[in-house]
Design a protein around this ligand. Structure first.
Ligand SMILES: Cc1ncc(COP(=O)(O)O)c(C=O)c1O
Length: 378
């Protein structure tokens, strides 16, 4: 079985008070203020696929299409930009001895501070692109570390923003080790989308950027979804959205399913083991942005409390679901997605095909399911 229910001892307990603050309404509103200063700030579409919903025999299927987010092809720019700006403003305020606000980043004195700073990030591709784009807006220096096998499209997209790119043999997790060491050695500001310690300010800022996705989707939707399927790498996206849903809806929270590739299901395996685990690399996956071997601590803390089910998907299931977006039914529009971008939908389609999973998750004609196309086709 490739689906497990959450049996963690913290399941359905209250989320931490600190997380309520980090991912509640005030945090959403603050993130909007920051993001509205982004050069390419936009609200992405929420698309209702009624043809596909009918085929899957559910009431409604909503796709939040993050492909065009901030002009960088994925949702990741939300977190990268938010964290870079927060970190910069905090440091610049100390250096200049006065409060520096997001409205002040074009001020020559502030730009002069930025020009002497260096930021860095490890990435499977998209996080690096978001961080590089944000740092370029400040006029600072940025180093991005990528796994050796990162596709050239991602590398080019990152270097386009003036980033200095280094590639490392092995997985994303190995680039994390290298960037942590080099950030300390060189006094670079590390913008990490995975946390290894409690109260990691920067990773929380990254996750807060993602709150815009659901904030917008809930404003765009005519009904509150009954289910959400969220794909996970280190779980930052899933953790932020799950906390947000729990804070908004409490006991009436939509049913949350976390979806991962079978070869890199670090959250699934951790839930199964009852503790956070670093897993070994399994089968290779085309869902390269989800190819992560350990969950972020912040995501783990939230998902043990809020994730209802955890699912592994394989390559052929993913291919089939991706094709559904490319060849729409009835009046449904085409949604251009990638293997990583369509993985949440793959989880839904898989559950529908398996009677046992379908009824365990409670999917039927009354269900309104939300999935996120996290990335445009590449
Ligand atoms: C396209 C895409 N989808 C999903 C994810 C998963 O996000 P997270 O690592 O926060 O779980 C990523 C992460 O980089 C991504 O790039």
């Amino acid at each position: 079985m490739m689906l497990i229910h959450n049996k963690h001892e913290h399941y359905r307990t209250e989320i931490d008070l600190a997380d309520e603050k980090l991912f509640g309404q005030k945090a959403e509103e603050d993130a909007v203020v920051f993001l509205s200063h982004h050069d390419h700030y936009n609200v992405t579409p929420l698309i209702s696929l009624s043809g596909l919903a009918e085929k899957l025999q559910i009431g409604r299927l909503l796709v939040k299409d993050e492909g065009a987010r901030l002009g960088i092809g994925s949702f990741k720019g939300l977190g990268g930009y938010h964290a870079v700006m927060r970190k910069f403003l905090k440091e610049a305020s100390v250096i200049l001895g006065r409060e520096v606000r997001i409205q002040d980043i074009a001020d020559p004195e502030v730009r002069s501070v930025a020009s002497k700073m260096a930021f860095c990030a490890a990435s499977a591709g998209n996080h690096g692109r978001g961080v590089a784009a944000a740092v370029q807006m400040l006029g600072a220096t940025v180093y991005i570390y990528l796994p050796e096998q990162t596709k050239s499209e991602y590398v080019e997209a990152i270097t386009k923003y003036g980033a200095l790119v280094r590639k490392f043999p092995g997985s994303y997790d190995q680039t994390l080790v290298a960037i942590n060491a080099d950030a300390k050695k060189n006094d670079w500001f590390l913008i990490s989308d995975i946390s290894f310690i409690e109260n990691d300010e920067v990773t929380s800022w990254v996750m807060q950027g993602y709150l815009l996705i659901l904030k917008e989707a809930l404003e765009q939707s005519v009904q509150v979804p009954t289910h959400i399927f969220i794909q996970a790498g280190v779980g930052g996206l899933a953790g932020a959205l799950a906390a947000q849903l729990r804070i908004r809806y409490g006991k009436n929270c939509p049913y949350i399913v976390i979806v991962e590739p079978v070869g890199a299901a670090c959250i699934y395996d951790s839930i199964e083991a009852g503790e956070l685990k670093k897993i070994r690399h399994g089968l290779p996956t085309a869902m390269s942005m989800l190819d992560c071997l350990q969950p972020s601590l912040a995501a783990w803390r939230i998902l043990t409390r809020t994730g209802d089910s955890f699912m592994k998907i394989n390559e052929s299931e993913n291919k089939e679901a991706l094709a559904l977006l490319g060849k729409p039914l009835g009046n449904d529009p085409v949604i251009k997605s990638s293997e990583s971008g369509s993985a949440g939908l793959t989880g839904l389609v898989k559950a529908i095909h398996h009677e046992q999973m379908r009824s365990a998750i409670g999917l039927d004609l009354n269900s309104c399911v939300l999935v996120i196309n996290t990335e445009q086709a590449n």
